[in-house]
Structures are given as C-alpha cells and as structure tokens.
Design a protein around this ligand. Structure first.
Ligand code: GLN
Length: 535
C-alpha cells in the first residue's frame, strides 16, 4: 500500500518546502524506495502557464507538456525521474473538474459544496499518482502557508486522509521558521507554536516539525518545541540555512529525517542510503579548479527564480567540469550599441534567455551581434535562438527590419513565423507547442558532439518557429540548421560556422538538467568556454 506524506508550511512563505520535500524524497529513494512528489497550488489559475514570471518565477514544463510550478524542477533535479501533469494540481483545476461534473449532472441533484465535493476531488488527486504507478511513498507539498484562506480545503482533505489512513500510512510534516532575535540573542519558538495551534484548530496534529533556522537548535529549544507542539523530541528536525540547496539532503540525513519517517511508517530501510553520486557531485561543486563568467541576458533579471532551471543547469554543468560558473545577470533593456562592449567585455560566454513579447528584444539582438563578431561562445534558448536568427538576417543577410512576427507582425522578412496550426488559436492558456518533441541532429555539429547521439527529445514552450522559407539563405552564409524535427521538418537547433560555439535551440534544455544527468549542451558550452580560456 502506498504511504502518503504531506508537507505544509507555517509562519512564513519561501521557507523551501520544495527543497525539503525533494531532499526527503532523495533520501527515501537512496534507501531503495520508489517515491514521487506532487505539488498542490491554492491559486485559481488552472496552471501557472498564464502567470507572469514576476509572480511565481519560471514556468516548468514536463515531458507530457504540462505547464507547472517551478518546484517540479527541483523534484526532477533531485530525483532524476520525470514528473508529469498529475504532479501539479491547482485550485483552478480542482474547481474546473468539480464544475464540469456538476454541469454533466454527476452530482445527481445534490448541492455542490466545498466539503465534501471539492475536498473529495482534492483527495482523489492526492491518490491519483499512486493509482497509475507503483509508488511506495508519495509526498504532497501543499503550497502557501497554514492559515491562508485559500489553502483551507487542502488542509481539510489532508486531515481526512490522515484520519482514514492512520499514522502508519499517512503523516504530516510541518515546515516552520524559528526566528533569531538579535537583541535578545535568542531563537524564538512562539511563531511555530502559533502555527501548530492554527493547524490544530483545523484538526491536524503535525507528526514532524522541520524547523528552518539560521542558528543550531539547542536541546532546550528542541524540547520546548516538542512539548508545546505535541511531537516527540526526535520529530523536531533542524533545517539550518545551507550554502547550496544540494547540501540539504545531507543535512536531513544528519538530522535523521528519513529514519524518523520510516519509523513512523513501520518500514525497514531497504539499504543504507546510497548517495555516492550525490556526494561526488557536491565534492566537485565545492572544489572547483577553474572559474568562468557567463552573462545571462534576460528581462526578468530582478527575480532570479524566473530563470531557475538555467541557473541550476550551470551548477550541474559547472560541477562536472570542475568549474565555478559566475552567472552575471544583464538586463536586456539596458544594452545599447554604445555600452555593449563595456557590459560584455569580461564575459567568457553569453546566454540569451527565453521570454515573451517585445520588451528587451533589441538589447538581446545587440548582444548577439557583439558575441557573433567577437567570437565569444553563445548559447540562445528559445527566444534567445529566435533573436539570433533575427540578428543574422538583419546584419549578415541584409534583410532590413527582419523580425519575429511576435514582435512585428508587419515585418517584410518574417524570419521567425507562426505555425499554421497556431494561427486560429484564440485562447492563451495551454495552447503553445508544449512538451517533448523528437529532434534529429546533423553529424559533426556541436549539438551532435554534445549529445553523442542522433536522436534527442527536448521540451518545448513557444508559439513561434524558424521560417523554413529562409533556410537556404541562412545556411549559404553560415548559419545552419543542425537539429530538425523529423516529423514536421521544423528547425530546432541552429549553429554558426566559423565560430568557437554559437548554438541556438528552439527548445528548453535547462528543463532536463539534473544532478545525475547534467545537460550535455550546458556541459559543452562550458567546455568550449574553458577551451578558449586555456588557449
Ligand atoms: N516568445 C517566443 C515564442 O512564443 C519564445 C518563447 C520562449 O522563449 N519560451 O515562440
């Protein structure tokens, strides 16, 4: 029988429920259990695909084309197993299902209510992954903070599950914050006591407390937390701030979070935790032999979470190359012909970020011209690739005013165009080219050297495409298509000849980089940069 762990948050948002959930899952996986994590988001959007990155950071896309919360990226990066649409559920999706059922007459004349109809639908979703796949343990992260109005139905559904399944099959882990008052030189437990009381008022007694803190929790504090929050002493887990998120599984191992969980579930560990690869990665991450600087040119730079997966991909690729990667965020709106040299002169490589809309486009194009002419390694992702195509069209092919039709629908040279099937779409949500598509690589291209195989599958999230009509013109001047979708003929990768490394990809490689499988394009981008540095 599948066992269920719920992770709630208290006192404050942004405590890292996603990282704690992923770290616990990693430890259980390392002990031989099959485990997955799902995220429940209490907002009304059906999925985060329609959210501006400033709201919730990056939108993470799964193989099956779901637009999801960025925490799913952490789950994949830690566990090295793909997630899917079922791993992320929002209130919008829950209500949509309930309302559709009501319209279909499925409730047989009953008054449809939050309890039991919405809570039943939440419970059905809690258990869905357990029904489709053979998971021994399912961790469900409940978004938001306990006490929020919108998360109440989730807390009630969780309470019911805990009551129905009992302590050996279901548990609640409450992630909380222990503030340090500098004036009193003391850690304070009161906010946590209040947060647990709020949970208790909903009928939920947490089984384990994971306590975020900037200072170690002395025994006296642990005892106080245990006594006033009604948990055993060994269920008070310290979660100290870490240098890197990748330290957290080891911190949780030290605190015996995994052992405490298994004990409560009356499960025997199947093996001693096998974290060999993880520790090798950490060793390399912390002892780099080299250092490089890469400009990340984007327009959402105020919020690093907007490019979460790109940052993490550089961490993974840096570790394999034993190289510290300093990612310098450069705002595309600030780049001009006059300052581009100054802004990029100390950069060993430049990555142009994905994005939507007109803002910041011209700055990206100016940066690309500079790195193309100066032969600085370049990596363009999605919009970044499209901008490289536009730059080349304007400045090499002399197609004045060439553009993507996303930015200029009247351009005389629509080098980035919209696919026929996209033209009649009026709804914004969930209608882009989404999810994994096949791509075949040209022999001897940078891409083929990086992947070491002919066929790859990468995840997409975009509406516009390279316009085939111009393909010959581009390749005659040296910008060649080195990755093609074999079913549709769409151009997925472009590369520039006579340049150390100039690669643009229509897909999102950053979504598939994990600790155990750093993404080959990121790894090779770094290798190209390091090769230049050591010439
Ligand atoms: N805005 C572009 C498109 O829709 C690129 C999208 C992206 O970078 N993810 O095609």
């Amino acid at each position: 029988m599948t066992k269920y762990i719920f992770v709630t948050g208290g006192v404050s948002s942004s405590l890292g429920k996603g990282i704690i959930s992923a770290s616990l899952a990693k430890l259980l996986q390392a002990r031989g259990f099959s485990v997955t994590i799902q995220k429940f988001d209490p907002y009304i959007n059906v999925d985060p695909g329609t959210l501006n990155p400033y709201e919730h950071g990056e939108c993470y896309v799964t193989d099956d084309g779901a637009e999801t919360d960025l925490d799913l990226g952490h789950y994949e990066r830690f566990l090295n197993v793909p997630t899917s649409q079922a791993n992320n559920v929002t209130t919008g999706r829950i209500y949509q299902t309930v309302i559709n059922k009501e319209r279909a007459g499925d409730y047989l004349g009953k008054t449809v209510q939050i309890v039991p109809h919405v809570t039943d639908e939440i419970k059905r979703r809690f258990c869905l992954l357990g029904k489709t796949k053979d998971y021994e343990i399912i961790i469900s992260e409940i978004g938001g903070t306990v006490g929020d109005i919108e998360s109440l139905p989730y807390v009630e559904a969780m309470r019911q599950m805990r009551w129905e399944l009992g302590a050996t099959n279901c548990m609640v882990i409450h992630l909380t914050f222990i503030p340090y008052l500098n004036a009193a030189k003391e850690l304070k437990t009161k906010p946590t006591q209040h947060s647990v009381k709020t949970l208790l008022s909903y009928g939920v007694q947490p089984d384990i407390l994971v306590c975020r803190t900037e200072h170690p929790l002395r025994l006296s504090i642990r005892k106080k937390l245990a006594l006033f929050c009604n948990v055993d002493l060994e269920s008070v887990i310290e979660a100290m701030d870490a240098d890197t998120i990748y330290d957290v599984p080891l911190l949780m191992l030290k605190e015996k979070l995994d052992i405490t969980v298994l004990k409560k579930f009356q499960l025997d560990s199947k093996q001693e935790p096998d974290l060999t690869e993880w520790k090798t990665f950490l060793g390399k991450l912390k002892n780099p032999l080299r250092e490089v600087s890469i400009a990340l040119v984007g327009k959402y730079n105020e919020l690093p979470d907007a490019y979460k997966s790109i940052h993490e991909s550089f961490v993974h690729a840096g570790a394999v190359n034993e190289c510290k990667v300093n990612v310098e965020a450069i705002h595309s709106e600030q780049i001009t012909h006059e300052n581009v040299r100054e802004l990029l002169k100390n950069m060993d490589g430049v990555l142009i970020a994905p994005g939507f809309g007109e803002r910041g486009i011209e700055g990206k194009i100016i940066a690309i011209r500079y790195v193309r002419e100066q032969k600085i390694p370049f990596f363009g992702i999605c919009l970044g690739m499209q901008c490289a195509v536009v730059e080349f069209a304007r400045n090499v092919l002399q197609l004045d005013d060439a553009a993507s039709i996303e930015v200029d629908s009247l351009t005389p040279y629509p080098v980035i165009n919209m696919m026929e099937e996209q033209k009649n779409i009026t709804q914004i949500g969930g209608t882009m080219r989404l999810g994994a598509y096949e791509c075949e690589l040209e022999p001897d291209s940078h891409a083929q050297q990086a992947y070491g195989s002919k066929t790859i599958y990468e995840r997409h999230r975009h509406r516009y495409e390279f316009n085939d009509h111009y393909k010959k013109q581009f390749s005659a001047e040296g910008l060649v298509a080195t990755g093609i979708n074999p079913k549709t003929g769409l151009v997925e990768i472009i590369e520039l000849k006579d340049h150390p490394w100039f690669v643009g990809v229509q897909f999102h490689p950053e979504l598939k980089s994990t600790v155990e499988n750093p993404h080959p394009l990121f790894v090779h981008f770094l290798k190209a940069i390091m090769a230049i540095g050591s010439e």
